[in-house]
Write a protein that binds this ligand. Structure first.
Ligand code: F6P
Length: 541
């Protein structure tokens, strides 16, 4: 199939020129002045998510021009190509079909001649049977014990989503099965995870799309040795599960076919938590709740595919991100969940957003002449308030903010929950509206101290709200960000689905490891500072 893209250089569009002009006028005005009238039209909802973007530094002209930009850049055309299996991941010649992971069998999604929906349904069915049996104690360890501990060994997309979801959905998890997530090649990670565990009741899930990732395979090897030293080689087949596209490497490791769950090259690692990579999530929350999560993803997918652009949540959110990045020059976005169980959500988003859109070459290979993906970071509120919010409020860098508010806690204390939400709304207000010198003086602080209490405000702030953080909402929230990332990449004309930037480091690390272990200078091209650091390391170790 050929890829039809309107343009891959957004700066050549009429809308880009209009937006550049608007950046001078609207971009220079304050959110406070823009909000002097209520801006209900900047409140949009989809699936179970309500977005209030009224605290963004935009007016209706900006939004209209952003819509025109989306149209000139072919965002909806590219979206439809993605959903229908066109190989829009051009550098790897792959379809991008994570949306098929949550589409019903009847959707009949194809990658070429292959019926993707059929394969997805088969794997989901096997996952449901397996996780149900582990939860019920029908699948047991080699010595007949029920699994009380599950360790997911993976990294990047094979870790961040499942680890985030386990915490986010803690109130829905089976308390009799403890999950741990091991990702770092630092020996501390796996060895700390193993402390106090009984191999007879421990199940390992080796999650790796490629089954070659050094960190994962090293940690899996340590886990395997630990298990074998206690239970013998024969126990491997009962205690190791593999989630991978690489069936032969999985078999070589000793994982049986029944314990192997496959997925496909059209699922990017950072888009894979609802594929077989989600097996730990399914064991933790149960198959029914996992299917509810898929429904949440699906609800946002359907909305993204069908809602008109002006009320299309991911399109609007993605376009606002482009406005902030390219026209207001804002380099970073803080994601601040006012939900303790979403503590790992910013880390999850870092991979989703920065591995997808941290690119400076367009799809056609030409270099970009404008900014692309923002730096994303964050911590749960209110903890962040007592740490880095000072810079958010009064620092010299403007940071765009996404606040995530969950109205109902799964935990009992309503007063604490009200306090949490009051803090979130207070921060959104102060970040966007600020405090003038007059207001500070009027409130009783004389100059010169008053000068230190002025808040410039004007920090573009989006508030996302949901009633409850249940599996459905988590799915919708993730899909919202996935598609917002897609929209941004489509505008920038980049391929959001490859990650060449992380490959070189892996290769160089192999050469350095060889040098450390053998003492031979294998790589003649290695730079002098690195060579000196190797020497220093060898002296100290
Ligand atoms: O290093 C980046 C990356 O390729 C990610 O994109 C991916 O999620 C991660 O490594 C893990 O890869 P794998 O699942 O193949 O072990």
């Amino acid at each position: 199939m050929t890829i039809r893209v309107m343009t891959s250089d957004p700066t050549g569009t009429a809308a880009w020129a209009q937006l550049s002009e608007l950046a001078g006028s609207v971009g220079g005005s304050t959110i406070r002045s823009l909000c002097s009238v209520d801006r209900d039209w900047l409140r949009i909802s989809a699936a179970s998510i309500f977005m209030d973007a009224s605290r963004q530094r935009v007016n209706s002209d900006v939004v209209k021009s952003l819509m025109a930009l989306a149209s000139e850049c072919g965002v909806e055309v590219l979206r439809d190509q993605m959903f229908s299996g066109v190989h829009i991941n051009s550098t790897e010649d792959r379809a991008v079909l994570h949306t098929a992971l949550r589409a019903p069998l009847s959707a009949g999604v194809h990658d070429g001649d292959v019926d993707v929906s059929q394969s997805v349904s088969e794997v989901l069915h096997r996952m449901a049977q397996f996780s149900g049996a582990v939860r019920q104690g029908e699948i047991l360890g080699a010595s007949g014990l029920k699994f009380s501990h599950v360790i997911n060994i993976g990294i990047g997309g094979s870790d961040l989503g499942p680890a985030m979801a386990y915490q986010a959905l803690a109130p829905f998890c089976d308390p009799d099965i403890q999950m741990q997530f091991v990702s770092n090649v630092d020996p501390a990670d796996i060895h700390q995870a193993l402390i106090g565990l009984d191999p007879a009741s421990t199940l390992f899930i080796v999650a790796s799309k490629t089954f070659t990732t050094a960190e994962t395979m090293t940690n899996a090897g340590v886990a395997r040795d630990w298990l074998v030293s206690e239970l013998g080689e024969g126990a491997v087949g009962s205690h190791f599960v593999a989630l991978s596209t690489n069936a032969s490497a999985v078999a070589e490791f000793g994982v049986t076919e029944d314990f192997t769950f496959g997925f496909w090259d059209w699922v990017g690692g950072r888009y894979s938590m609802d594929s077989a990579i989600g097996l730990s999530t399914m064991i933790a929350i149960g198959p029914a709740a996992f299917f509810e999560m898929l429904e949440g993803f699906r609800a946002m997918d359907v909305h993204f595919q069908s809602a008109p652009a002006e009320v299309n949540l991911p399109i609007v959110m993605g376009l606002l991100a482009v406005w902030n990045r390219n026209f207001l020059g804002i380099e970073t976005t803080a994601v601040l969940p006012y939900s303790h169980v979403l503590a790992r959500f910013p880390a999850y988003l870092q991979q989703l957003t920065m591995e997808s859109n941290g690119k400076s070459v367009r799809r056609d290979g030409s270099g970009v002449t404008y900014a692309t993906g923002a730096i994303v970071w964050g911590e749960p509120g209110t903890n962040g308030q007592h740490s880095f919010y000072q810079l958010l409020h009064q620092g010299t860098s403007t940071v765009a903010v996404d606040e995530i508010i969950i109205a109902t806690s799964e935990y009992p204390d309503q007063i604490q929950q009200d306090m949490l939400v009051a803090n979130a709304l207070a921060q959104a207000s102060v970040l966007s509206m600020g405090r003038t010198l007059d207001e500070v003086v009027e409130a009783g602080t004389p100059v010169p101290l008053a000068l230190h209490k002025v808040m410039p405000g004007n920090r573009p702030t989006t508030v996302l709200m949901a009633q409850r953080l249940d599996p459905f909402t988590l799915g919708s929230l993730i899909a919202l960000y996935e598609h917002s990332v897609f929209v941004q990449g489509a505008i920038w004309g980049i391929n959001s689905f490859d990650q060449w930037g992380v490959e070189l480091g892996k290769i160089v690390a192999l050469g350095i490891l060889d040098e450390i272990e053998t003492g031979r200078s294998a790589d003649e091209t290695l730079d002098a500072p690195t060579r000196a650091s190797i020497k220093q390391y060898l002296k100290l170790k």
